[in-house]
Design a protein around this ligand. Structure first.
Ligand code: FEO
Length: 172
């Protein structure tokens, strides 16, 4: 059984994962509007993965006899200065999510809630990949930002990302 405090915190993280999905979908819309379909595909897949993360919290709360309560999802930003600014924002967002997951782990340990601690370890590992993939794109875009033809090449490569596959920056 989940404590009240833990149930509330896990519901909060469920909401945060849906916000992440919304944020990446908004970034996909930005890339569609700026004729970078490959980056839009990368962000669409990222948005789908965040929904999967949210549903992991949904299922875990239910499995532990808790109650899922859905709350309003904040509106994400809609405009960015450049593709680099988008991926910098994505990287910063993932760092923030890592902090949220770490706080949940601390709460689980403080409560002696071993089951939640174990559940959260999947997210601890996932956040390493989430930060790495966004940061890799930031590094590459930083290097090529003044070369439009390289930007288009990178758009093609990011568009090769497959749903459920390895992160894209590996292909970029
Ligand atoms: Fe659900 Fe991008 O972390």
């Amino acid at each position: 059984m989940l404590s009240e405090q833990m149930q509330k915190a896990l519901n909060g993280q469920l909401n945060a994962e849906y916000y992440s999905s919304y944020l990446y979908l908004s970034m996909a819309a930005y890339f569609e509007s700026t004729n970078l379909p490959g980056m839009a595909t990368w962000m669409r897949i990222q948005a789908q993965e965040e929904e999967m993360h949210a549903m992991k919290f949904f299922d875990f709360i239910c499995d532990r006899g808790g109650r899922v309560t859905l709350a309003q999802i904040d509106a994400p930003g809609t405009e960015w200065e450049s593709p680099l600014a988008v991926f910098q924002a994505a990287y910063a967002h993932e760092q923030k999510v890592t902090g949220l997951i770490n706080s949940l782990v601390k709460m689980a340990r403080d409560e002696g809630d071993a089951a939640t601690d174990v559940f959260l370890q999947w997210f601890v590992t996932e956040q390493i990949e989430e930060e790495k993939s966004a940061d890799e794109v930031v590094q590459k875009l930083t290097r090529i930002k003044d070369a439009p033809h390289l930007l288009l090449m990178m758009d093609n490569e990011l568009g090769a990302r497959q749903a459920g596959g390895e992160q894209a920056a590996d292909a970029a």
